[in-house]
Design a protein around this ligand. Structure first.
Ligand SMILES: C[S@@+](CC[C@H](N)C(=O)[O-])C[C@H]1O[C@@H](n2cnc3c(N)ncnc32)[C@H](O)[C@@H]1O
Length: 308
């Protein structure tokens, strides 16, 4: 089966990998999906290396397994069906305490938008769920049916800057007064249409809900901090993000982890230790050619850092 997914910043990611020829490299792909990135990287590994693959979505992981079948049997592959927020604890389970290279290609896969039971889009009528991993946390319907008005406004504004946030939140609360429970994407999409005629509003509200449902900001922050701690000196982290909120988290964490201690006391009390050197003063962005062949790449930004 052919899947419609073109990897973003593939060459840039692959060319940034460092491989030691005489040591064991332990590489982590935090967002495997169809493994387009992983397929290129696997070719570069030594027979004794370890390649760890994370995906929160079990179906994506199963598909990737098929894609990668028989590619290489001489390296150790560890498949982990978990959110990358659990990076540290999941690696501990397989006795991995240090890693030599880690990368993230954030966001959703085309499958998430295209397939009916998968919920991210409002173009068809399906359960208002939106979880990458349906075994954890609550579906998006829980947010729409239980959050207070100001909490709804906060997520619509903070995550996707929807100008009609207040009106949409108020209408959701009004609808709930008659004991109505939102169960499907269509029900929410219809309500947004009734509030505002601007079609982008639906995109923004659905994106905000996806971010809140999957706790995308908190999970990214924790995972990046753990990744930096787990990296061995000299090795690197590479992160591809697709919207400004994600990029801001990456940028701020890199900035914080690369700064010196700013204690004014003679003896440091803040315990801050500079951990990384930023390798990308400005983010890497796709070339005009890539943007032309893959319009999805337009919003991509990549940042990389090296452990000290
Ligand atoms: C943009 S796709 C990755 C594409 C992949 N690099 C490739 O080359 O085919 C993102 C993938 O990450 C997964 N994902 C998103 N957030 C995640 C998280 N917090 N933890 C683990 N996997 C996540 C999604 O299920 C999806 O399969």
């Amino acid at each position: 089966m052919e899947w419609l997914h073109i990897s973003v910043l593939l060459e840039e990611l692959v060319s940034s990998i460092k491989i030691e020829k005489n040591k064991q490299n332990i590489i982590v792909d935090c967002t495997l999906w169809l493994a387009w990135h992983a397929k290129k990287i696997i070719e570069k590994l030594n027979p004794w290396d370890i390649f760890v693959w994370f995906d929160a979505d079990i179906r994506n992981l199963e598909l990737a397994k098929k894609v990668l079948e028989n590619i290489r049997s001489d390296i150790k592959i560890v498949l982990i069906n978990s959110n990358f927020v659990n990076l540290k604890s999941e690696l501990e389970k397989v006795w991995i305490k240090n890693i030599t290279w880690i990368y993230y290609d954030l966001g959703i896969s085309s499958l998430h938008v295209d397939e009916a039971e998968r919920w991210f889009s409002f173009k068809l009528d399906w359960p208002l769920d939106m979880r990458f991993d349906t075994s954890i946390w609550f579906p998006a319907s829980h947010i729409v049916n239980t959050y207070k008005e100001d909490e709804l406004i906060r997520i619509f504004r903070e995550y996707w800057e929807e100008p009609a946030s207040r009106k949409i939140a108020q209408n959701i609360i009004e609808k709930r007064k008659s004991w109505f429970k939102f169960k499907t994407t269509k029900e929410l999409a219809n309500l947004i249409d009734e509030c505002i005629k601007f079609p982008k509003a639906k995109n923004r509200i659905f994106q905000s809900l996806r971010i809140e449902t999957n706790k995308e900001m908190e999970t990214l922050e924790k995972s990046l901090k753990d990744a930096i701690n787990l990296l061995s000196p000299w090795w690197t982290i590479f992160v591809i993000s697709f919207h400004s909120l994600e990029d801001r988290i990456v940028k701020n964490i890199f900035k914080d982890e690369s700064r010196d201690c700013i204690c004014t006391d003679l003896i440091c009390t803040c315990k801050h230790k500079k951990q990384i050197k930023i390798l990308t003063k400005k983010p890497i962005i796709p070339t005009p050619e890539e943007e032309k062949t893959n319009p999805r790449s337009r919003s991509a930004k990549a940042r990389s850092a090296e452990k000290l």
